[in-house]
Design a protein around this ligand. Structure first.
Ligand code: GDP
Length: 475
């Protein structure tokens, strides 16, 4: 009791203490960044396709690729060598508990892309959620080979689950790479068949607003970066974009640089009673040396002693920010804070914000719009689950089923349902055991996307409609 009163007053202090900061603009000329997550059934060819694309874009040198080719041949896995490129660039994956996904970057003339390659296995769904909840768009890789698309799409396959999950997390644009076209001789009929089945599902059932289908071969590299030659069999019936062109057509995400500061802590690199070295991601706003900030949910006051973009490529991240620069929404950073900290209390899922009106108020109760997955038992009032959001994981309880909704139109279908069967969309009230750093999706997307897991499976995912703050009422 005592500690909860103390915590409340610390948050109250943060809400009533405006922390000054300079208004900053990201230097012009910086290319807009696009984050996209690569999803699809296992063996659809995700890693091969991305590895090959990175190679064609000049992100990996020929020598490295040749080395992989030889090593792969020695191991009798010669077809896998492009996939290893992504593995090579994924040293960051060892960074903290949440990051078990391969990351890579590439640039075009117009944009900077950050790829998150989510493993396709069922066990990796939590990692995929981490990837999806940081993404502006998704690349869904489908295997065109007869029988394989079907097994990935039908019951038990991950294609549906991945698509529903990323849509539920607010991603509305999807590019579909219809891969392994070489195995079906670039046949139009097969491409059209997949397009018809999948597009209906993606638009009608999952609710994506924009879909682009591109025929490709990850292994040969055809139609990834260079347009197909006029003599190519696919050119008889396909005049659409290459894969990279389809990605270039995705709208660049807004970067909420002038929104209230939100920095999500991904990992604690160094922790003493008065200095913290953190690896973190700026989700909104901007930050620089000397800024006074609060660390939520405990509302510890801290001063920024160093902050820089985290661009290291070594295996182990440095423990402290090596220099100071202004960092903006979208940046992955290293940040050093000075203050009075209770070491164990600072973990992944903490959020750095400013005080006063810009403060993030930790809450326990949320109204959430969720999509229920293919669950064995319907979700009812009292269902207990683990709530995942940004780098946070917290136990929670479903407190109320408000109504079920039509997936496509959002219309109310039924008020106060007794249970939520699989594949339903609904508004529910969730309560966490302790206050957590989440807020409405309309205020800050990355802090408003959640998923729920119980007994080792993902039961639902969605976005926060309202965060119910008790502190405001108390003030
Ligand atoms: P992931 O599990 O989705 O990442 O799939 P991988 O990239 O590991 O590929 C799975 C298998 O499919 C490997 O044997 C690849 O060589 C093969 N593969 C990937 N892309 C293609 C393609 O375009 N054509 C053919 N024929 N095989 C491919």
């Amino acid at each position: 009791k005592v500690s909860s009163v103390a915590k409340l007053s610390a948050v109250e202090t943060a809400i009533t203490t405006a922390t000054n900061h300079k208004q900053r603009q990201r230097p012009s000329g910086a290319k807009p960044a696009v984050n996209f997550v690569v999803v699809g059934h296992v063996d659809a060819g995700k890693s091969t396709l991305m590895g090959h694309m990175l190679y064609l874009l000049g992100c990996v040198n020929k020598k490295t690729v040749m080395k992989y080719k030889q090593e792969a041949q020695k191991m009798g896995k010669s077809s896998f060598y492009y996939a290893w490129i992504l593995d090579e660039t994924d040293e960051e994956r060892t960074r903290g508990v949440t990051m078990d996904i391969a990351r890579a970057c590439f640039e075009t003339e117009n944009r900077k892309y950050h790829i998150l390659d989510a493993p396709g296995h069922r066990d990796f769904i939590p990692n995929m959620i981490t990837g999806a909840s940081q993404s502006d768009a998704a690349l869904l890789v489908i295997c065109a080979t007869r029988g394989e698309f079907e097994s990935g799409f039908d019951l038990g396959g991950q294609t549906r689950e991945h698509a529903l999950l990323i849509r539920a997390l607010g991603v509305s644009h999807i590019v579909v790479a219809v891969n392994k076209m070489d195995t079906i001789d670039w046949g139009k009929d097969r491409f059209d068949e997949i397009d018809a089945i999948l597009r209906t599902f993606l638009v009608r059932q999952a609710g994506f607003t924009k879909t682009t289908f591109v025929p490709v071969s990850g292994i040969s590299g055809e139609n990834l970066v260079q347009p197909l030659p006029a003599s190519h069999p696919c050119r008889k019936w396909y005049n659409g974009p290459t894969l990279i062109e389809a990605l270039e057509q995705l709208p660049a995400a807004e970067r909420p640089e002038n929104m209230p500061l939100r920095i999500v802590v991904n990992d604690v690199l160094k922790s003493t009673a008065n200095v913290l070295g953190l690896s973190a991601k700026v989700e909104a706003g901007h930050i620089e040396f000397g800024d006074k900030v609060f660390l939520m949910p405990r509302a510890d006051l801290a001063t920024v002693k160093g902050v820089c973009i985290d661009d290291h490529t070594g295996a182990a991240p440095p423990t402290m920010a090596s220099k100071s620069e202004v960092c903006f929404a979208g940046d992955q950073i290293l940040i050093t804070l000075a203050g009075n900290f209770e070491n164990e209390a600072i973990t992944a899922g903490n959020v750095i914000c400013r005080g006063g009106l810009d403060c993030l108020v930790p809450c326990k109760r949320f109204t959430v719009r969720i999509v229920v997955f293919d669950v064995p038992i319907p979700v009812i009032r009292g269902t207990k689950a683990e709530l995942f959001a940004h780098s946070l994981c917290a136990p929670c309880t479903v407190k109320m089923l408000k109504c079920t909704l039509d997936k496509a139109t959002g219309e109310v279908l039924k008020e106060k349902p007794r249970c939520l069967p699989k594949n339903s969309t609904a508004l529910v009230v969730l309560e966490t055991d302790t206050p957590v750093n989440l807020e409405a999706y309309s205020k800050c997307k990355p802090l408003g996307r959640i998923s729920l897991r119980a007994n080792g499976i993902t039961i639902a995912a969605g976005i926060i409609d309202t965060a119910h703050t008790e502190v405001n009422a108390a003030l």
